[in-house]
Design a protein around this ligand. Structure first.
Ligand code: NAP
Length: 291
């Protein structure tokens, strides 16, 4: 795994690439908006003109784009990553995307003697910056073992979860927890404020007890500061909950807690908050409670 390619240098991708560069791997990059790869190029990454060009130059090509439609276009599109990948190389999609798309990519890649992993992450913008992400991978274990040294540059908690699509299913399990947790964090802080408490003091004490969570300790603090910048975009979270609800319906599984959280976040989209961080759910429930 000498030459690495990376497509999608947004909030997450950019920070993950920095770790790869700092560890001396040759890295070529592509992003829809070229300027967002500028800092990486200054650090030594090579800019290539298309996703296909990146794949053709790489032993392993990572994608960290936004939505499943972007993954499909970049990997399976005409002249895209798979079309230009060399036999024996590996494609690793780290976008939070659909398990069914991961399986399709795996099958099409196999037909070209290319390996494919779905390897979404958890740990947020901070985890990406600090190289402490949780990485949950699906695909062939042999391919996972080959890519593991690169995963170890970006993450601290890395697991092989099973065949193609199982990384994405694991990420959906993660998002189902987060959905309910975010409603809980927001309601807890609204309650504490109405009761006249100091919100930071509340997080100081309950954030170390049984109510402790990343959502409370990281995003709860941002709410108290009035910092609603992303982090993790609301529009991406709505995408994730949509995938989880669709998969659950296919499994004939009723998840009313997830469905309720999804409705609150759709209300946030209706209020024009889609490019704010997921903690901006606070604004929706705050408005609901105005006298
Ligand atoms: P982001 O900042 O929007 O980054 C995505 C990048 O991919 C953007 O720079 C975008 O280009 C690029 N891109 C999208 N479609 C493309 C295409 N067709 N061709 C080339 N480049 C394309 O989003 P992010 O926060 O890094 O999230 C990326 C993924 O990770 C999402 O699936 C998200 O759900 C997941 N995730 C995010 C977090 C988090 O905390 N942020 C945590 C875990 C997982 P432009 O610059 O032109 O838009």
């Amino acid at each position: 795994m000498k030459k690495i390619g990376w497509i999608g240098t947004g909030v997450m991708g950019k920070s993950m690439c920095i770790h790869i560069l700092k560890n001396g791997y040759p890295l070529s990059v592509y992003n829809r908006t070229k300027e967002k790869a500028g800092e990486l190029c200054k650090e030594g990454a090579a800019w290539l003109a298309t996703p296909g060009d990146v794949a053709a130059a790489s032993d392993v090509t990572f994608t960290m784009v936004g939505e499943p439609a972007d993954v499909e276009q970049v990997i399976l599109g005409k002249g895209g990553v798979l079309a230009r990948s060399r036999p024996g190389s590996v494609i690793v999609d780290m976008t939070t995307s659909e398990p069914s798309l991961a399986r399709r990519i795996y099958e099409e890649a196999k037909g070209k003697s290319v390996s494919s992993l779905d390897a979404p992450v958890s740990g947020g913008d901070i985890g990406a910056r600090e190289g402490t992400l949780a990485i949950m991978a699906g695909g062939d274990e042999e391919a996972f073992k080959r890519v593991l040294p690169v995963f170890e540059l970006m993450g601290k908690n890395i697991a092989y979860m099973g065949g193609p699509g199982m990384g994405q299913h694991t990420k959906m399990s993660n998002q189902i927890v987060i959905a309910a947790a975010m409603v809980g964090v927001v309601e807890s802080l609204l309650y504490a404020r109405r009761a006249g408490l100091d919100l930071d003091a509340v997080i100081d004490i309950i954030g170390k007890g049984a109510a402790s969570s990343w959502c409370l300790n990281q995003l709860g603090r941002r709410i108290v500061k009035g910092d609603f910048a992303p982090g993790f975009y609301i529009r991406h979270f709505v995408k994730d909950m949509g995938i989880a609800l669709l998969e659950a319906r296919r499994m004939k599984l009723s998840l009313p807690g997830l469905a309720l959280a999804n409705q609150f976040y759709i209300a946030a989209m209706a209020e024009g908050l889609e490019t704010e961080g997921t903690q901006a759910l606070y604004k929706v429930l705050d408005r609901l409670n105005r006298p």
